[in-house]
Design a protein around this ligand. Structure first.
Ligand code: IMP
Length: 415
């Protein structure tokens, strides 16, 4: 290949985990490049189901699995994930962690959850995992701890103590941190488990490229949650786009052979923010329950709505996506009639000002009668209503739908 970038085109939860699970089987290495354990990618096979939060999906196929420098890592949660993999008999030998990645401390979680509890209208609806405050400290540079700080135990203890003291002072109004001894013991235990996997990931990536190996860059969250391109301030705190993948990994532009945007056949969103095609009441509940739309990290019910083609086009353009993977089409097959938003009233294309005013956009819908997807071996064999949805997507985005996922398990997809 060598490099393929997998990115979300909506507000996350498009089913990237399933696509990554399939795509990583053909890759020599998979890399997470931004975000943290605010994301959850569900991967499942006939006999098991697993939610990966920080570790790239390649680990499942025993491929090199790199946690790159753009990530913020919560060590105790990473250990839980490592244990879950071990329990399934999946080895961790291929896991590589960048020394430049940042560490999420309990102070980040306290601040995230404390500021979200404020009820003063500034709530974003975060996952409460401390991700935003950790990126704030990364940019602030004074209180950041990086993976490289874990390497020397004495140095780490000193740094942990210093930051803990400074932060407990600052965060007193949020109720205070757990006692230092507790934090120290949990972070030291996690440190022991993580240090063996710290590696010069930049060099590994360059060597892989030199050998023409196949690399899959696994984006987390999605374009509309990007801190600069998304529905600010209702976004995550990292750059979620395809170009961010290159920035954090050092993979050069001309090595990229595909930017695969993942689009769900309907739209979901957790947290606050504008959502033009959001359903209300019973219709929303029906779609949520058919699609089992509950957060894989927080368990929160996701808001659900119809596929929004103007926004999809906006995302595809911003991501420079070259092809699309359409997920959960089978879910729509359980309804009698669906809608697809093909435009907004008085708006021909979404640019900056329409995007800033997303709240007031009034969708125009095409209604389509549907039936269950049934058995199909190729995209071409899908029923007429599914063909119509695909045709609308291709017409509006001007890129092909190359992959259709028609069920949660790894082998349930069509090309
Ligand atoms: P944070 O990333 O926890 O700061 O949350 C900021 C916003 O991004 C909230 O609306 C979250 O619900 C959303 N968000 C973060 N990660 C994901 C994800 O993986 N899927 C869907 N939404 C996410």
């Amino acid at each position: 290949m060598p490099a393929k970038i997998l990115v979300g085109t909506q507000w996350g939860d498009e089913g990237k985990g399933k696509i990554a699970h399939v795509e990583s089987a053909d890759a020599d290495a998979t890399i997470r490049y931004q975000g943290g354990n605010n994301t959850g990618r569900t991967v499942q096979d006939e006999h098991w189901k697993l939610v990966l939060h920080t570790i790239p999906t390649g680990i499942i196929h025993n491929k090199i699995a790199i946690i790159e420098r753009g990530l913020v890592i919560h060590p105790p949660s990473l250990v839980v994930e490592m244990d879950a993999l071990k329990e399934l008999g999946i080895g961790l030998d291929t896991l590589k962690i960048s020394p430049f990645a940042h560490i999420v401390g309990p102070w980040h979680i306290l601040k995230d959850q404390g500021s979200e509890a404020g009820g003063d209208g500034t709530r974003i609806g975060t996952t409460g995992q401390g991700i935003g405050p950790c990126y704030q400290d990364k940019m602030g540079r004074k209180f950041a701890i990086r993976v490289s700080d874990l390497i020397d135990k004495a140095h780490f203890l000193e740094k942990l103590g210093n930051v803990y003291r400074a932060k407990s002072e600052k965060l007193r109004h949020y109720g205070g941190l757990s006692p230092f001894e507790e934090v120290r013991d949990s972070y030291l235990a996690a440190r022991e488990r993580i240090v063996p996997y710290i590696a010069d990931t930049g060099k590994i990536i360059q060597e892989l490229l030199g050998k023409r190996k196949n690399i899959l860059l696994e984006g987390a969250q999605a374009y509309l949650l990007d801190v600069d391109h998304g529905t600010y301030p209702y976004v995550t705190s990292s750059s979620t786009g395809s170009v961010a993948g290159l920035m954090y990994t050092g993979v050069p532009f001309d090595e990229v052979v595909s930017i695969l945007g993942v689009v769900k056949a309907y739209v979901t969103r957790v947290g606050r923010g504008p959502f033009p095609t959001k359903l209300i009441g019973k219709e929303q509940e029906t779609l949520r329950s058919l699609g089992n739309e509950y957060g894989s990290t927080t368990g929160r019910p996701r808001d659900c709505g119809w596929l929004d083609l103007p926004l999809l086009r906006y995302a595809v353009n911003g991501l420079h996506a070259t092809e699309l993977a359409l997920t959960k089409l089978d879910v729509l097959g359980h309804m009698r009639r669906i809608k697809v938003c093909t435009g907004y009233e008085d708006v021909s294309d979404v640019g900056a000002f329409e995007f800033l005013d997303l709240e007031s956009q009034v969708p125009i819908y095409e209604e389509i009668d549907v039936e269950p997807l049934g058995e199909a071996d190729r995209i071409f064999d899908l029923p007429a209503w599914a063909q119509r949805v695909i045709a609308l997507i291709e017409e509006h985005t001007e890129i092909p739908v190359a992959f259709v996922s028609n069920g949660p398990e790894r082998n349930q997809y069509l090309r």
